[in-house]
Design a protein around this ligand. Structure first.
Ligand code: BMA
Length: 369
């Protein structure tokens, strides 16, 4: 009996020798139904208008922080933004607060609140420099991206950081266990050279490999409630240069760019509209949603900025959303949305009342249906 069994096993082993190895292929998780619906609706929303977005909207504002239900935008117009973005900088360190000193527990809570009110969440990541332990803006070394790719001497350290990111993303769940779909927008503004992953700090191949490594890792961690945004600065001049470091249609769900008004209104309008024209071509050719992922005029020093400038920038382009940056409570001139009494507040109400602009209540019955 023993002999027979042994010979059977030997025979089986011999037969399997030389045959192609059958590896167990792990089926990558598909998107959650909520993420799938969000993506489909992001693509059709421009038929109705565009969502207004504000960074860190419900975390703090001018003269306040961490007050339940408070938002400068809501205080001015009566509704919350259609999109709220949050930053995950320092999640990689395992810190309890973000780089802007918001507790991660608060960020998680506000992400879930925004989903429960029917709005959308976008996430940026101003993470530290894994080589120098400086911040995102530490561009003192041009080998940081190379060092975190497979084979690089910071690879293992960086994958530990990615693990903490994945844990936070996977913790974004409602009371009934639904994972809150989020648009993740890492490695942004890479066409400039102010972040350690920027244009002059790595090659095109390294930048694309960084994206693929990020995506593959989060897929492996089953963060299947995450959509991805590609979001350069405004350095591109045509669709070819826009796509120079594009990581691929299989990774990216939404294309956008960041641009700000610094001085002349006309220069900003012209620059933004030209870029939106290029973005429209790219989004159509690649069948992607598109957005003006970051914009604004610091201090909104123009009482008619919303209807007189921003609405004009967006006129005629199929953007799903436009997002303005944060109202920093610790730097009172660093704000991009109005607050009660601010000089552009009345015009913001006109902008809000326009049927083209979509706030949380306007998209409540749309985004996840
Ligand atoms: C920048 C500024 C910084 C902030 C960073 C991340 O544009 O607002 O003060 O730390 O974004 O939110």
């Amino acid at each position: 009996m023993k002999k027979t069994l042994l010979s059977t096993l030997l025979a089986a082993a011999l037969v399997s020798c030389g045959q192609p190895k059958q590896e167990a292929v792990k089926q990558l998780p598909t998107r959650t139904p909520e993420a799938e619906k969000l993506l489909a609706n992001l693509k059709t929303i421009p038929q109705k208008g565009y969502m207004f977005g504000h960074h860190d909207d419900t975390n703090y504002g001018i003269g306040w922080e961490f007050e339940e239900g408070r938002s400068d935008v809501q205080s001015v117009c009566g509704d919350y933004p259609g999109v709220i973005s949050f930053d995950l900088g320092h999640v990689e360190l395992g810190d309890s607060v973000t780089l802007d000193k918001v507790p991660f527990d608060k960020v998680r809570k506000e992400i879930i609140n925004q989903y429960n009110r029917g709005g959308m969440v976008s996430l940026s990541w101003h993470l530290d420099n894994p080589m120098t332990d400086g911040d995102s803006w530490d561009v003192s070394d041009t080998t940081v991206v190379a060092s975190i790719l497979p084979g690089g001497d910071k690879h293992e350290k960086f994958m530990g950081w990615m693990g903490r990111l994945a844990d936070f993303l996977n913790s974004l769940q409602t009371a009934d266990g639904t994972k809150v779909p989020v648009l993740f927008r890492p490695w942004h503004e890479h066409t400039g050279s102010w972040f350690w992953w920027g244009q002059k700090l790595c090659s095109t191949e390294q930048y694309k490999a960084l994206w693929r490594m990020t995506y593959d890792f989060l897929q492996k961690e089953e963060a299947n409630h995450v959509l991805y945004a590609y979001s350069p600065g405004t350095e591109f001049t045509d669709s070819t240069s826009y796509l120079e470091r594009y990581p691929g249609d299989d990774i990216i769900d939404l294309v956008g760019f960041d641009t700000y008004q610094s001085a002349s209104r006309d220069f900003y309008v012209e620059k933004a509209r030209k870029a939106l024209g290029i973005l429209t071509e790219v989004a159509k050719a690649h069948d992607k949603a598109m957005a003006l992922t970051e914009t604004g005029f610091e201090g909104v020093k123009d009482p008619m900025w919303w209807t007189g400038t921003l609405a004009e920038v967006l006129e005629g382009y199929p953007v799903s959303y436009v997002l303005v940056w944060r109202n920093a409570r610790e730097r009172v001139t660093h704000f991009y949305a109005p607050y009660p009494g601010q000089e552009s507040a009345n015009d913001f109400v006109t902008f809000y009342n326009d049927s083209t602009t979509l706030f949380a209540a306007d998209v409540k019955e749309i985004l996840y249906k």
